[in-house]
Design a protein around this ligand. Structure first.
Ligand SMILES: *Cc1c(COP(=O)(O)O)cnc(C)c1O
Length: 389
């Protein structure tokens, strides 16, 4: 019989508890379960928190990205620049329009989209760019925005990892025309499932509010409330992407402790980096000048020439010792769908392909205890040292 391994430290554990349960319970007892006053409150608080004029609550970050591309009027045959080192959501939404996700190689230091490679891949069909703030570290938005301006591209930030993060003192969510956030279970603010789009543009906000709820005109959600009316008009073929009041009530509590959770993650990152930086076999993540990272992920890289084990063996050994890890991400150009549909090859993305062999994500969540942090450090060091060449 296989030995049952009791995981001592999971890769992730959401910081949710009594307060969130209480808030969700209150909504359930109120009798109004779907989108309503709590979602409006959450949107207003979220917009104020990041410093944007509008925040539109939706069912996921994938939905947020889809609505953003709809709002800018993406069409069949258009092209959108997307980093290859990301989750499939960032690119799949482009495919929804029968447009092409043009994958871009990443910067070796930050693993964010390489703006030089992005610019090389611009054609007359390119309409937009979706930078991803990988692991919570902001992309170099000045360079990306300058490129977008020169080529007439729209910028939609994938900020699934970047709450709260800032770039030269400005919160992510208040920089570009459109920014998409995720409240998935493993993200830095969770509502189980959920997402948000921020924008300062009234027209885009109105379009996204309409399209998230079936393309129905103003305040469709109110039609079942005492203040509402039975009459409504469908103005376009929209989607069912709204956020519920149960989710929003959880989100409001989470937003209230967002900074505190971020500080807890930053502290863990600091402990890890202090311990791992001196090791020849390990490379720790860096934060770019003028940036504050959300520290959604702690991505450790192995200097494989210094080690007799691979990244996958490192993961296996940590698992045997009860430490959960993950890999962010298998680059999109290596997945059968993107490879077969668009003919992407590994050699077209030399940096992403090479870095992929080297990285793993260590546990980093607010509830980690000192002894859990110590345990991860001890075991990573022990494995690395015993496998040193
Ligand atoms: C998690 C994630 C998404 C998708 O978020 P959902 O809310 O699950 O749709 C998009 N982009 C990146 C980079 C992600 O990590």
């Amino acid at each position: 019989m296989a030995k049952v391994i009791e995981q001592i430290i999971p890769f992730h554990s959401a910081d949710v508890g009594e307060e969130e349960a209480q808030a969700a319970g209150e909504v359930i007892r109120s009798g109004w379960l779907t989108m309503g006053p709590k979602t409006i409150e959450f949107e207003q608080k979220f917009a104020a928190y990041v410093g944007a004029k509008h925040a539109v609550g939706v069912s996921s970050c994938t939905a947020a990205l889809h609505l953003a591309l709809d709002a800018i009027g993406l069409k069949q045959g258009d092209e959108v620049l997307v980093p290859t080192t990301t989750f499939t959501s960032t690119a799949e939404v482009v495919c929804y329009f029968k447009a092409k996700p043009v994958l871009v190689d990443v910067d070796a230091k930050t693993l964010c989209m390489d703006p030089v490679d992005a610019e090389r891949r611009i054609t007359e069909k390119t309409r937009a760019v979706i930078p991803v703030h990988y692991a919570g570290q902001p992309c170099d938005m000045d360079v990306i925005r300058d490129m977008a301006k020169r080529h007439g591209l729209r910028v939609i930030e994938d900020a699934a990892h970047a709450l709260p993060a800032s770039y030269h003192g400005v919160r992510i969510g208040a920089i570009s025309e459109l920014t998409a956030f995720s409240f998935y279970a493993t993200k830095t603010l969770t509502t189980g499932e959920g997402g948000m789009i921020t924008t300062d543009n009234d027209e885009l906000a109105t379009r996204m509010r309409m399209m998230r709820l079936h393309g129905i005109g103003r305040d469709a959600w109110k039609r079942y409330s005492a203040a509402g009316s039975w009459f409504y008009e469908v103005l376009d073929s929209g989607f069912k992407y709204n956020l519920t009041d149960i989710q929003s009530a959880i989100g409001i509590v989470q937003l209230g402790k967002c900074d505190q959770m971020r500080d807890a993650r930053a502290k863990i990152a600091h402990r890890y980096s202090e311990a791992f930086a001196p090791e020849r076999a390990l490379q720790v993540p860096t934060v770019s000048d003028g940036c504050d990272s959300a520290w959604h992920l702690y991505v450790l890289r192995l200097n494989l020439e210094e080690l007799s084990i691979t990244r996958s063996e490192m993961i296996e050994k940590l698992k045997e010792r009860g430490v959960g890890t993950s890999v962010h991400f298998i680059p999109l150009h290596m997945h059968p769908y993107y490879k077969n549909t668009y003919g992407y090859r590994e050699e077209d993305f030399p940096v992403a392909s090479k870095q992929y062999q080297r990285y793993l994500s260590l546990p980093i969540f607010p509830g980690m205890t000192e002894s859990q942090i110590d345990y991860v450090i001890e075991n990573v060091l022990e494995i690395a040292r015993s496998a040193a060449r």
